[in-house]
Design a protein around this ligand. Sequence first.
Ligand SMILES: *Cc1c(COP(=O)(O)O)cnc(C)c1O
Ligand SMILES: [Zn+2]
Length: 387
Amino acid sequence: MNMNRLECAACGLEHDPTRLQNLCTECEKPLSAIYDLDKAAESLTKESLTTRGSDLWRYREVLPIKDERNIVSLGEGWTPLLKTERLAARLPIEIDLYIKDESNNPTQSFKARGMTAAVSMAKELGARKLAVPSAGNAAGALAAYAARAGMEAHIYMPVDTPRANIVECEQSGAFVTLIDGLITDCGAEIANRKDAEGWFDVSTLKEPYRLEGKKTMGYELAEQFEWDLPDVILYPTGGGTGLIGMWKAFGEMEELGWIDSRRPRMVSVQSTGCSPIVDAFQAGERFAAEFKNAATVASGLRVPKAVGDFMIIDALHESEGTAVAVTDEALTKAVKEIGSAEGLFAAPEGAACLPALRKLIEDDFVKKGDRVVIYNTGAGVKYLECF
Ligand SMILES: *Cc1c(COP(=O)(O)O)cnc(C)c1O
Ligand SMILES: [Zn+2]
């Protein structure tokens, strides 16, 4: 509600926030929403939050929408932060291990957080037809929020996307096209057609507001931990929107005077079948090369080229974090380990955090007594093909 400008995250060029925007018109990098946080702080206080609704619009002063009537919501956000006992006991050292369970969102993944913000803003700025390339869950979320807003959703997915994602889109009335290729090929197809079709492209980070929706994970985590952030956050990374978003949220919260300058060490978790960010981070690069022959059952991690690669890698460095890849075999096995220890049927992407955590313990990156959060970003039930 207090957004006062949009600026390019790479070159700083300002863009008009009263119009639909995609990438920076000068350098084709993502745009970032900047708020008047002094104004936000007039009504958004830690105390005010205690009386607000259990969805992410509780943070509306730091979300982009101007008129609340444009909010398109299905009750997203404010998901459980589960302390694990039995899973933590299986690790070789004593740590406080939490799972942030994002499978509780509408459409069963945290993509709902991004889409509620993007679709609400698209509505506010007059879009009618939305398009997205998706590895799976973003498609389901767009289909749902577009339906709720009375807009068209045009969705391009790889032909081998989990069936549940394809069916949920069809049953939400979306227009679905399956492509024999990867999410990057789907994105290229939309880029070719969107002008002729009058579509607004809501690819992650290619429009500015999915990031804003996903940043609420940072606010929420801080609030649920009573404003004392954890030591380490493991985040299964595809496009990296949630990690970049949380990092942005931490900066905003410090400006609001809610937290100090200490930050969790941020960890990007990927599959060895598609690990462009891990490879770039380990090579000391700021931009990631396109990952060739990307293949992983954790479909949300099958993103061979992320437009916000430098934003992910900057956050990893600034937080003294790292990046870890685990095999598909290990991440699939971890689904059952989490399920049988904690009663949570995790998405393979979220489960990947467990073998990654074991590696980090082995490397002495995670130490005894650390408070660690792993993100379960989606629901295992959407990936029945994997089991
Ligand atoms: C999209 C997705 C991811 C990756 O999220 P990013 O923020 O794009 O990195 C991880 N897990 C699941 C289940 C997803 O759907
Ligand atoms: Zn730019």
